[in-house]
Ligand binder design. Structure first.
Ligand code: BES
Ligand code: ZN
Ligand code: ZN
Length: 500
């Protein structure tokens, strides 16, 4: 994607993209300029009610030689008062996909919404870039892509002096998008390929190509450190577990570092407490938190902020077998707390327990984890909002703000102490599930047992890791949720000279 200085009415392209706000009868700006050359064709579409400017809408007008471009595409931006970067990202994803279907190769777009409601040209460029790269994603390792790629997407501006700044914004959007797509690739990959070993290889590829350091703990290391909760879950599988520690050091003057953790269950059958067969294949996404952490670190290394961040991803399969851990077992976690296993299907909190203890041993703080942890969170918030839990109001506010900027939707959930009773065990320090109610909350309370007093936040992405349908910049399959929230949080912390 490039930025060029020029005029929409004279630029060569398969399609030129302009826009329309909902309810506007006489468009202005670039849309008016193009409409003038087209002899009022866009105005006619509006007058006939064919074009209304609804979000996601795209009207195509063939120029029949009146413009150097073959067609003009008018993208709906919704009501002017509702304009946001998120709207522009969504519009970009939509028009890019639709123009790809129409066999367009070279697409030129104006800076949608720039100047409206405080939206700068740079924010618009970043949004177009991110929306395009994320919206055009398809997972085609196992199937020929349905459409051929756009070769070129150009943003056109009339202001020659703005080009360099806009190019930087486009780069930021692209890095954000590439990280999102990297996480999506990992999640979409079938579980028999995306094993803990493969995840560790991918982490090592990131470390080899970027300013990141990787350490991988093997089963023997885990045994030496007393990570019996993680090892307990791993016992049912022949795939060796891995614990990845991927570090970015952008502030040599500081000893502290933010810890970002991600659940890396590469397949969750439930173990001995086996899940119903229907839809079990979805459980290849149970490493979406881990994938998001690795992908976010890769983007952070490219941005190079002045801050230290360490990503920790415990990874294993959860399978039933003759050597699997069992309901009723008691596991001793790394920090010494004992855990009664009521169900082997509440395995994410077990591996995260040891990962959190390990993060504290490394001195990381604050701690933020991303995990496809509970079906209960999906029941509570559905598939659009991830649940945010934590013990530190300021950290939660920062994460909510980061999510708001990123487009990930996050909702704060309560963690009442009274519910902690639910995870008290008769024979161990804690048990791994509570009663029927508030399952997402008792899971969060369980994790908090292992953060050793550090400010911490837990993001439950069980409902949001997959998108059911194509919309805006979302496509069917892995969503890449959490990746950009983590990046935005870290960039903002670095800007504000945050703790780490
Ligand atoms: N990986 C699942 C949670 C999940 C459910 C993710 C649906 C995505 C979609 C987790 O390990 C799990 O099995 N949780 C159980 C916990 C229960 C046994 C307390 C659940 O939510 O059913
Ligand atoms: Zn499970
Ligand atoms: Zn799970």
């Amino acid at each position: 994607m490039r930025v060029i200085a020029g005029d929409v009415t004279t630029v060569e392209a398969d399609a030129v993209v302009v826009n329309l706000f909902e309810g506007v009868e006489k468009p202005g700006g670039a849309t008016a300029a193009v409409d003038g050359v087209l002899g009022g064709a866009i105005g006619d579409l509006i007058a006939r009610g064919e074009l209304r400017g609804k979000p996601g809408e795209l009207a195509i007008v063939h120029t029949l030689g009146k413009l150097p471009a073959t067609m003009v595409a008018v993208a709906g931006l919704g009501k002017a008062g509702d304009l946001s970067v998120e709207r522009i990202r969504g519009a970009s994803g939509e028009f890019c996909r639709q123009l790809r279907k129409l066999n367009c190769r070279r697409v030129v777009t104006v800076l949608h919404g720039a100047g409206a409601g405080g939206l700068t040209p740079e924010l618009s460029a970043e949004a177009i870039s991110m929306g395009a790269f994320v919206g055009l994603y398809s997972f085609d390792r196992y199937k020929k892509p349905e459409y051929s790629d756009l070769d070129e997407l150009l943003i056109v501006t009339q202001d020659e002096r703005a080009v360099a700044g806009l190019e930087r914004a486009v780069r930021k959007g692209r890095i954000m998008a590439e990280a999102t797509n990297l996480a999506r690739d990992m999640v979409n990959e079938p579980a028999s390929n995306m094993t803990p070993t493969r995840m560790a290889e991918m982490a090592s590829e990131l470390a080899a190509t970027q300013r990141l350091e990787l350490k991988v703990l093997e089963a023997d290391d885990m045994r030496a450190m007393g990570m019996d909760a993680l090892l307990g879950v791993a016992r049912g599988s022949v795939e060796p577990p891995k614990l990845m520690v991927l570090s970015y050091r952008g502030n040599a003057a500081s000893e502290s570092a933010v810890g970002v953790l991600g659940k890396g269950i590469t397949f969750d059958s439930g173990g001995i407490s086996i899940k119903p067969a229907e839809g079990m294949g979805e459980m290849k996404d149970d490493m979406a938190g881990g994938a998001a952490v690795l992908a976010a670190l890769s983007a952070i290394a490219q941005f190079g902020p002045r801050i230290n961040v360490t990503g920790i991803v415990p990874a294993t399969e959860n399978l039933p077998s003759g050597s699997a851990f069992k309901p009723g077992d008691v596991l001793k976690s790394m920090n010494g707390k004992t855990i009664e296993v009521i169900t082997t299907d509440a395995e994410g909190r077990l591996i995260l327990a040891d990962a959190l203890s390990y993060a504290r041993k490394l001195g990381l703080s604050p701690l933020i984890d991303l995990a496809t942890l509970t079906g209960a969170c999906r029941v509570a918030l559905g598939t659009l909002y991830s649940g945010l839990f934590g013990n530190d109001g300021a950290l939660q506010e920062k994460l909510l703000a980061a999510a708001e900027r990123s487009g990930d939707r996050l909702w704060r959930m309560p963690m009442p102490e009274e519910y902690r009773e639910q995870i008290k065990s008769d024979i161990a320090d804690v048990k791994n599930i509570g009663n029927r109610y508030a399952g997402a909350i008792t899971a969060a309370l369980f994790l908090e047992e292992f953060v050793d007093g550090s400010p911490s936040a837990h993001i439950d992405i069980a409902g949001t890791a997959l998108s059911a349908k194509e919309k805006g910049y979302a496509v069917k399959g892995a969503s890449g949720v959490g990746v950009r929230t983590i990046i935005e949080y870290v960039l903002a912390e670095a800007e504000n000279g945050g703790a780490a």
